[in-house]
Design a protein around this ligand. Structure first.
Ligand code: NIG
Ligand code: FE
Length: 373
């Protein structure tokens, strides 16, 4: 992940020195400086810990029955979110914390060392606050998603719900969050409502992210670029104009192929983005409805098999790409000064992450220089 070979900047026969939680030195193993404690990786590949820039990891209940029905032909709609809202409102902060910890431990074992977490299954001021407080126990990358869908009890008063999200709910959320997100889609929020909510979030000091073009070629992607979002996520349906707009911007396109897998949507292709020089990321979108996976190795394999990515591009998208989507430069790469977030693979080459799909290849993980198991 430096100035080595290929899309990953791969170095062979290399060593990494960790000091005080940071990468202090990277180079040829033969030249490595003395260290207090040495670990021989035995020729195994080491990659940066994954940066999962899009999860909805705080929720109650599950929707296995909905998934089962979908696999028998039922379509995915935004409506399923409401059943998770009911289960989430019924769960205590302690229950939600335990569930989230379980999911994040699962992610860590698969190499994820940085995670973004959204609210969005509360949809009232008290529950959204509770979800953000739980998320903040696990990460600094906390995102307020009050604009996930209109709260069920306000279904026939959507204007009032938009006022609530952009007003009192945002006020309660802003001190706990770094980001604001919205689901701009048929069945959720339209472009005007989304613009209003994101603009209010920006005025409250939050950075912008957006669920865009997941189910339709809506105007959401263009809106995200126009407002200077750090990332527009899903991007299942992008027009050529959207790709051009992304190319001239600092906005990252984040793909979440676990959602295409679990909703049987077509996979987006990365070819046009590659040609246009757009930075793209891969994230899990871990949520109980459209993508109940914590595994970035799985997403990497999907991107290689079905989105036209090379293994190097896909691994880069799940590390440095995720970092770019969170506007972070301290994670997602192995270079001097970066946080020592490292995953060792039970494989001689990182390509194995896609070459050996479904196999648990992450053998050891360090976060901030500390081995996690
Ligand atoms: O990223 N698109 C909106 N939100 C989630 C799905 C939420 C759900 O179905 O519970 C997503 O796909
Ligand atoms: Fe999502």
């Amino acid at each position: 992940m430096g100035d080595g070979e290929g899309a990953l900047g791969l170095r062979r026969d290399a060593a990494v020195v960790i000091d005080a939680g940071r990468v202090a030195w990277v180079g040829a193993a033969a030249d490595a400086p003395a260290a207090d404690l040495r670990t021989d990786a035995g020729g195994a590949a080491m990659i940066p810990g994954f940066v999962d820039s899009h999860t909805h990891a705080v929720f109650g209940g599950d929707r296995a029955a909905e998934f089962d029905a979908r696999m028998s032909g039922a379509p995915y709609t935004a409506g399923g979110i409401r059943s998770t809202v009911a289960a989430t409102r019924a769960a205590s902060a302690e229950e939600l914390t335990a569930r989230t910890r379980h999911l994040l431990d699962e992610a860590l074992r698969q190499g994820t060392t940085t995670v973004e977490i959204k609210s969005g299954y509360g949809l009232d001021v008290a529950t959204e606050r509770r979800l953000l407080e739980v998320a903040a126990r696990f990460t600094d990358e906390v995102t307020f998603l009050g604009a996930h869908v209109v709260a069920p009890e306000m279904a026939d008063r959507r204007g009032d719900y938009v006022d609530l999200v952009a007003g009192p709910m945002l006020e309660a959320a802003a001190p706990l969050a770094r980001w604001i997100d919205a689901f701009c889609e048929e069945g959720a929020f339209d472009v005007d409502e989304t613009r209003r909510i994101l603009t209010a979030g920006r005025d409250a000091g939050l950075g912008l992210r957006l669920h865009a073009n997941q189910l339709t070629r809506s105007g959401a992607a263009a809106l995200g670029v126009e407002l200077g979002a750090a990332s527009i996520d899903h991007c299942t349906f992008l027009s050529d104009e959207d790709v051009d707009a992304l190319a001239g911007s600092d906005t990252v396109a984040t793909f979440v192929p676990g959602a295409e897998f679990s909703t049987r949507q077509p996979y987006p292709r990365v070819d046009r983005l590659r040609d246009a020089g757009v930075t793209w990321a891969l994230a899990s979108d871990c949520n109980p409805g459209s993508s109940f996976t914590t595994s970035l190795p799985f997403c990497i394999a999907l991107a290689v098999r079905d989105m036209g990515a090379t293994p190097g591009e896909a691994i880069r998208a799940a590390t440095a790409g995720g970092a770019a989507a969170l506007r972070r430069t301290d994670v997602g790469r192995i270079e001097v000064g970066a946080r020592a977030d490292l995953a060792l693979l039970d494989a001689p080459d990182p390509v194995h992450l896609a070459y050996r799909p479904g196999v648990p290849l992450v053998s050891r993980v360090w976060r901030g220089g500390v081995e996690t198991r």
